[in-house]
Design a protein around this ligand. Structure first.
Ligand code: C2E
Ligand code: CA
Ligand code: CA
Length: 537
């Protein structure tokens, strides 16, 4: 009777020295590794391990403890195998004996059990248990802020009641596919049950809510539920960790409260949790969300003229006619849009829209120039340059025909980042103009360093230029000085808010390059601008 050898119990028995070099592999071990001699294996045992496990193994060996055990992946003939390794320091303390057992069968079972416990059967999405764990891991990793968005479908019950459960299930699966497409690569999508979903997103609730407008749009598309399409909406509530709660259940509860604001405010919208759920801003914010979905925003174009009154370009200006509030001026809604995190979304839309308009006008006047306002919030975003490029190439316009209007405060913010973005876009031919010039820091010195091509003298200065003789001499001198200074560093000057012939005359004499104002043209629709161009051509 042959005595049981260690080889019968373990899949491989291996000895390594304290530098992890292989010194011995049992016969069965060699067969298990798929080689016929020790020399066919790499000298360093950790090279047989998966890169993610090798480091941990090496540090265990370095500790020189009497014994240790770990699970690791061995890469054998291109396949990964989970093994359990028990290591014993041998008497001479210069070697470890490793007893290796193939546990890949158990690992698979283990993983699938865990998967089943943490996932939803119908959609395959993570469930509550998973979500809670993911939340706690994010918190533990010190990621903050991050946001929990609770989604509840509007009109799902009706679908279920009208078409039956199989169709209801299909709608939930389709919803899962649509949501999976619009969420970011690091976001986690889970299903809580019924028609409730959760998205876990890194970043503030404000930032999250702007991304979530894509979710509204994705769900708004008709569902193909033969024989008739079904139309659903989604009410979303967002709460932020740690601002709206320090633990999972509090944040989820507050997201739920915010979701109910959305339901009560008319459904199909995103609401961010607020301690006091009233605030005037809140309702205007909700209206902005709704306005975006319902196409209440549009652009008007104010023509710009050269000093001979020839039409040469236009500034795109955002307009909002709200069902609830009527016509809201941009000075009022833009700060709220910025504050609620929707500016990148709306700004991107405006840019794309203006580029498309420009493309249509190009046929009528090839060198027509379009100016678009860019909020500091947009400019600060990491992907701003990519976004501008996308808008340009999508519309197929020449970058030389686009001017981005930025304010002095944009330039003052995070100078290095701003300068990089400016330089990159300038290289591609896009021009920049400093809006509201004179109201901010007004240091022409920094302009010499930046790739800016013009300044727009703020209308407050233009207003001060009255009819000849009546205007304040000091104000007029100031405008002349601005123009001269700008010209001395090769910048063009645009005057905005020009309302009288007197102002126009003064500006022409001072050498101002472009004129914009009610005197020569008010902001008008794209169609009206096109007719103006036709007449001018
Ligand atoms: P702004 O960039 O200084 O735009 C010029 C404003 O002056 C416009 O007001 C325009 O209608 C007005 N204006 C033009 N000519 C005259 C005139 O002769 N007299 C007077 N009194 N006003 C004149 P609007 O359209 O109300 O826009 C206000 C501000 O809202 C803009 O000031 C700009 O800062 C912001 N804004 C507008 N559209 C956008 C946009 O798409 N994106 C961003 N980020 N901001 C925008
Ligand atoms: Ca402007
Ligand atoms: Ca301005």
């Amino acid at each position: 009777m042959t005595p049981p050898t260690i080889d019968r119990i373990f899949d491989a028995v291996v000895r390594i020295d304290t530098a992890c070099c292989l010194t011995f592999v049992s016969d069965q071990g060699l067969r298990w590794f798929g080689v016929d001699s020790l020399t066919r294996l790499p000298p360093d045992f950790t090279e047989l391990l998966h890169a993610e496990d090798a480091e941990a193994f090496r540090s265990q060996v370095a500790e020189q403890s009497e014994s240790f055990a770990c699970d690791a992946r061995i890469v054998r003939q291109g396949n990964e195998l989970w093994v359990n390794i028990r290591a014993y320091l041998l008497a001479d303390a210069r070697q470890y004996m490793l007893c290796i057992i193939d546990i890949s069968q158990w690992k698979v079972g283990d993983a699938s059990l865990r998967h089943a416990a943490e996932h939803d059967e119908l959609t395959g999405l993570p469930n509550r248990t998973y979500l809670k764990r993911a939340f706690e891991q994010l918190a533990k990793r010190g990621v903050k802020p991050f946001s929990v968005a609770l989604l509840d479908l509007d009109g799902f019950k009706k679908v279920n009641d009208t078409f039956g459960h199989p169709i209801g299930d299909a709608v939930l699966k389709e919803t899962t596919r649509r949501l999976a497409k619009v969420i970011g690569p690091n976001d986690i999508l889970a299903r809580l049950g019924g028609d409730e979903f959760v998205i876990l997103l890194e970043g503030s609730a404000a930032a999250a809510s702007s991304q979530l407008t894509n979710v509204l749009l994705a769900i708004a598309r008709p569902y193909d539920t033969a024989p008739h399409n079904a139309y659903l909406g989604v009410s979303i509530g967002v709460a932020e960790y740690p601002m709206h709660g320090e633990d999972y259940s509090t944040v989820l509860k507050n997201a739920d409260t915010a979701m109910y604001y959305s339901k009560n405010a008319g459904k199909n919208r995103v609401s961010v949790f607020t301690e006091s759920n009233e605030s005037a801003d809140f309702s205007i914010k909700a209206a902005i969300h709704k306005g975006i979905q319902e196409g209440e925003f549009y652009l008007e174009y104010q023509p710009q003229f050269d000093i001979n009154r020839k039409l040469v370009g236009a500034e795109a200006l955002m307009r909002w006619t709200s069902h609830t509030f009527g016509r809201v001026p941009p000075d009022k809604f833009i700060p709220i849009v910025e504050d609620s995190g929707l500016m990148p979304f709306l700004g991107k839309w405006a840019l794309r829209y203006a580029c498309h308009q420009l493309k249509q006008l190009r046929e009528l006047m090839p060198d027509f120039v379009m100016s678009v306002n860019v909020s500091p919030v947009q400019f600060g975003a990491d992907d701003f340059d990519a976004l501008v490029l996308e808008a340009i190439s999508e519309a197929g316009i020449d970058p030389n025909r686009l001017v981005l209007e930025i304010t002095e405060s944009t330039l003052m913010k995070s100078q290095e980042k701003t300068e990089r973005a400016l330089a990159k876009l300038r290289e591609l031919g896009i021009r920049f103009s400093i809006d509201d010039f004179g109201t901010g820091f007004s240091s022409l010195a920094y302009l010499t360093r930046l790739p800016v091509s013009s300044i727009k003298v703020d209308k407050a200065f233009i207003r001060a230029i009255e009819k000849p003789g009546k205007g304040s001499f000091a104000d007029e001198k100031l405008v002349t000085a601005m123009i001269n200074l700008a010209h001395s560093i090769d910048l063009k000057v645009v005057a905005e808010g020009v309302e009288t012939e007197g102002q126009f005359d003064f500006l022409r004499k001072s050498g101002c390059n472009l004129i914009q104002g009610y005197l020569l043209g008010k902001p008008i629709s794209g169609a009206a601008l096109a007719s103006l161009l036709k007449a001018a051509a």
